[in-house]
Design a protein around this ligand. Structure first.
Ligand SMILES: O=C(O)CCC(=O)C(=O)O
Ligand SMILES: [Fe+2]
Length: 188
């Protein structure tokens, strides 16, 4: 799985013009986790949602759905696209850490879990994220006069706590408020 994740992230970063050495140095900063989610039938039968729309706090999340549908992604024009739960397929979701690392070039993917068929559901998520205690920084190759730095180094453990606090929870773009460069007194 790590090889597959690396392949996908390499394609994205090389496509943006990041050099191989920088990609390898970036990969050395990452850790890997796995989570299995079991959803009962959606509590709210009308919306059929088991999870509200959110962005993951990862570089990349790889999602394996098990036969029952649920993952939907924001396609950017106000519509949601359902990702088919076909056995043997993987969905790759860009997380907020990748938004910081790519200096905003790759937006974090907004995604809810919605199961209109009202069935119980199982999914597995492979979490590719920055090592604990290491701030996420924009890759130097993606910062220049044309692309000024958008985010200060992200202390992700602090951010993760704050974004679900009363203050962080109600914001549309908590990442920008937490470490956007225009923020006065930002961490460097
Ligand atoms: O179950 C899924 O398909 C996605 C779950 C998810 O988005 C999450 O746990 O962050
Ligand atoms: Fe998610």
């Amino acid at each position: 799985m790590q090889k597959l994740e690396e392949m996908v992230e390499t394609l994205v970063l090389e496509g943006l013009g990041v050099r191989r050495e920088s990609i390898h140095a970036h990969f050395d900063m990452l850790s890997h986790g796995i989570r299995v989610s079991c959803y009962g039938t959606p509590l709210d039968a009308e919306t059929a949602k088991s999870m509200p729309a959110h962005c993951d706090h990862t570089m990349l999340t790889t999602i394996v759905q098990h036969e029952v549908e649920g993952l939907e992604v924001d396609v950017g024009d106000g519509r949601w696209a359902a990702v088919p739960a076909e056995p043997g397929t993987f969905a790759f979701v860009a997380g907020e850490q990748l938004r910081v690392a790519t200096n905003g070039r790759v937006p974090a993917c907004l995604h809810p879990v919605r199961t209109p068929s009202n069935r119980e559901r199982l999914s597995v998520q492979f979490l590719r994220r920055q090592k604990v205690g290491v701030a996420v920084r924009a890759l130097a190759d993606l910062v220049d006069a044309e692309h000024p730095l958008l985010f200060n180094p992200l202390r992700h453990e602090e951010y993760n706590k704050w974004r679900y606090s009363e203050e962080g929870f109600k914001l549309e773009d908590p990442l920008k408020v937490f470490c956007g460069v225009e923020k006065v007194g930002a961490m460097v």
